[in-house]
Design a protein around this ligand. Structure first.
Ligand code: MV4
Length: 447
């Protein structure tokens, strides 16, 4: 096992990784920008290194500075968390070239899944159902029109280097496609420096369901079931739950079996998430994420497994702590993402936290690096914490969520807590009757 791990991230996930390391008897090195000197993960880590100015490109994305911090402190492994360098294949290669271990997948798999067409082709070959669409890159309007004619309109033009919702254009007719194809290419080129696009049938009212998997270096692969992440706004998830309230045992067993088999055949290592759209009882693969995700705690709550510990174990060459039969699913969990934002227009609202009183009691978990007096810096993502609530049934979970949201006090800054309080009283949320567009439609009604 590693003696010392460098945490190449900030905020709640840096603290989350520190906690896992501590419980495994591993020393931690925090890195931080000059804006994060007073951050909780820096205070708690065994050692800390300031690696640059506030702008992420000069600090949390600054590979030479991070490698120097690892060298200086003798950390032999690096956990990238999510965001920042977590899905950067070049970083993975550099870490490896220095004889260190990245707590994450191999560079080749990060690279493959970063290319959305390569990911589609690989998983198609391995028996994963895809959204109907082009087999590969579509390089002319003529080809785009032919494929759209075959699969039927509306279609979605997506960037090969995209993901997370950036670089997508919908076309409802051949006429619209001519314009949208050109716009998608130009936007892809500007956003990713790569103008390659592909085409999928545009699904009108799907849910977003993702599967958590983990692979070890012995070739063992397990799944931890699914998360329903349909409640989002502008491609930012707001609330996630596990299990999906709408999946039958048969459908779940089938897709999980396929996912495990595919990931095993890829020779994948570490944690991964297969993202699907789910509509009319069918799964359609869209992307695979090669990092630990923000919403991993809902899976931890219903399986009673520490996914970050498992990531560290498998990166160190140890086997997964449990085989599939020993992963038992029990109860229901919901996570609310709490952002330092106006609950009305979602504009960022950094500033000093004057009061901090998180909820507690049975079945309640708060993952946050906040404390009273902390100044939320304006330079980074606005997520400042996550409230995760567990119940034996979805109903019990909902009641607990309501009372936890009532208890939660964050003073001095605006947060999205009022939005969550309103959401959990919505009849369609309570009855789990929502799709990926539900929240945006609802918020239009509120205005
Ligand atoms: C789609 C889709 C409908 N049809 N693909 C957006 C993020 C990116 N990961 C994929 N996305 C979508 N792909 C087809 N063929 C709708 C979306 C989409 C979406 C997906 C998941 C969660 C929220 C979303 C919000 C808007 C659109």
């Amino acid at each position: 096992m590693f003696e010392k791990v460098l945490i190449a991230n900030r905020g709640e996930i840096a603290l989350r990784i520190h906690r896992a390391c501590r419980e495994m008897g591993i020393c931690t090195v925090a890195i931080h920008s000059t804006a994060d000197s007073e951050a909780m993960h820096v205070r708690l880590a065994d050692e800390s290194v300031c690696i640059g100015p506030p702008a992420a490109r000069d600090s949390y994305l600054n590979i030479p500075s991070i490698m120097a911090a690892a060298e200086l402190t003798g950390a032999r492994a690096i956990h990238p968390g999510y965001g920042f360098l977590s899905e950067n294949a070049e970083f993975a290669r550099i870490v490896e070239a220095h004889g260190l271990t990245l707590i994450g997948p191999k560079a080749q798999h990060i690279e493959m899944m970063g290319d959305k067409v390569a990911a589609r082709q690989a998983l198609d070959q391995l028996g994963i159902p895809l959204v109907p669409g082009s087999e590969g890159i579509v390089d002319s309007f003529h080809t785009a029109q032919r494929i759209a004619g075959e699969i039927g309109y509306p279609v979605l033009v997506k960037a090969v280097a995209g993901g997370g919702g950036r670089g997508m254009r919908v076309a409802s007719s051949a006429n619209e496609l001519e314009l949208e194809f050109a716009v998608a290419r130009r936007e892809a080129s500007e956003a990713f420096g790569n103008d390659q696009v592909y085409i999928e049938k545009y699904l009108l009212n799907p849910r977003h369901i993702e599967l958590q998997i983990m692979a070890d270096s012995t070739g063992d692969v397990v799944h931890f079931g699914e998360r329903d992440c349909s409640i989002q706004r502008r491609h930012q998830k707001i609330l996630e739950e596990a299990p999906s309230p709408l999946l039958s045992e048969e459908l779940r067993a089938d897709i999980c079996l396929r996912a495990v088999s595919a990931v095993q055949k890829l020779g994948y290592l570490g944690a991964g998430t297969l993202e699907f759209l789910f509509q009319d009882g069918e799964f359609y693969f869209i992307e695979m994420n090669t990092r630990i995700q923000v919403e991993h705690p809902v899976t931890e709550m219903i399986t009673d497994i520490d996914l970050v510990c498992e990531q560290i174990r498998v990166a160190a060459g140890e086997p997964l702590s449990r085989c599939q039969e020993d992963i038992r699913f029990k109860g229901h969990a919901i996570e609310c993402r709490i952002n330092a934002e106006s609950p009305v227009d979602f504009s960022p609202a950094p500033g000093q936290v004057t009061e901090y009183h998180p909820p507690g009691g049975g079945g309640v978990r708060v993952d946050s690096a906040l404390y009273a007096g902390y100044r939320v810096p304006p330079f980074y993502d606005s997520m400042i914490g996550k409230l995760i609530v567990y119940g034996l049934s979805r109903d019990e979970c909902l009641m607990r969520l309501k009372r936890s949201l009532e208890e939660f006090v964050i003073g001095g800054i605006e947060t999205t807590l009022p939005l969550h309080r309103r959401l959990v009283s919505e009849p369609d949320f309570i009855s789990a009757n929502y799709d990926i567009h539900w929240l945006e439609r609802l918020m239009k009604e509120w205005n």
